[in-house]
Design a protein around this ligand. Structure first.
Ligand SMILES: [Zn+2]
Length: 288
């Protein structure tokens, strides 16, 4: 028996794109995770930051970025945060389907809310004029900033600090993304503390896919509030939740089909599902 590595593989558009030799590569290929990928990701549980987890899953499942093939861990770390979020959404759709069912607490009355989201509604359009360096004025001043968008590598670099001191981590991230600041002809040496938020805003406007904030209303008390959707953490939890089932599936299929563990783990989840459903049907028919 052979695995079908191309089952449900997909070409997708990146909102920003990866710059390589002055060219912006704005498409990527994705394949769904195999059982091996799931086992690898499960082993990372609790050991790596969410940003690193995202890099690991993308390095495994992104097959090409534009003309770039194969794709390394470093390549997916170089993608912007928004591109990585878009890839995670596509990958989640390939693995578990279109609808995300999230739970949230109403911040006014504490009521538990279940929110169903469609991935197609969360994917934002591509940037019209993508650039590696952007130049824009900081609001309320004559200072012009030249900056790039944060990448996965940036997120990984600040992950530890972010857990202890989020505002210090935000400052570090902004410094990493800033190329230069000019006030007229004068080159400023450092980013003023109070300009960190302004720069973050300029970046957020240019990479809206990086942070998915959903407006929600509580059906109980009518309170309206924002929910931040962290796709990486959501997807990681879905995969982690499957640990007991993954080896159960291997056991069942090895038992009935006599395929080896490595053959079964090379299959994607939906591919395994086909045989498990057939087995279930056959075993039901066989039981009086
Ligand atoms: Zn409420």
């Amino acid at each position: 028996m052979r695995g079908y590595p191309d089952i449900a593989a997909l070409d997708v558009r990146l909102p920003n794109g990866l710059w390589l030799d002055e060219q912006c590569l704005q498409t990527a290929g994705l394949r769904p995770p195999t059982g091996y990928d799931e086992a690898h990701l499960l082993a990372l549980k609790g050991c790596v930051s969410p940003a690193r987890w995202t890099s690991e899953v993308l390095a495994r499942c992104v097959t090409h970025i534009g003309t770039l093939h194969p794709v390394s861990l470093e390549d997916v770390q170089s993608l912007t945060v928004g591109d990585r979020e878009a890839l995670l959404l596509h990958l989640r759709r390939l693995s578990f389907g279109e609808t995300l069912s999230c739970m949230s607490d109403c911040s006014a009355c504490g009521e538990k809310l279940s929110i169903d989201l469609q991935i197609s509604q969360l994917l934002l359009p591509q940037t019209k004029n993508p650039a590696y360096w952007y130049r824009a004025g900081l609001p309320g001043s004559k200072v012009q900033a030249t900056f790039r968008l944060p990448t996965g590598a940036d997120q990984e670099a600040i992950a530890e600090l972010a857990a202890q001191d989020p505002s210090a981590a935000a400052g570090m991230l902004m410094k990493a993304c800033l190329h230069s600041l000019t006030d007229g002809d004068v080159q400023l040496e450092i980013l003023p503390e109070d300009a960190v938020g302004d720069l973050a805003k300029l970046i957020a406007e240019r990479d809206p896919q990086a942070e998915l904030i959903l407006n929600s209303a509580c059906p109980e008390c009518g309170h309206q509030f924002d929910v931040l959707l962290d796709v990486g953490t959501f997807f990681a939890e879905e995969i982690n939740h499957r640990l007991p089932y993954l080896y159960r599936e291997v056991h069942l299929m090895a038992w009935h089909y006599h395929w080896s563990e490595s053959e079964i783990l090379s299959m994607t989840r939906s591919h395994r599902r086909i045989y498990l459903d057939l087995l279930d049907e056959t075993l039901r028919e066989a039981t009086p």
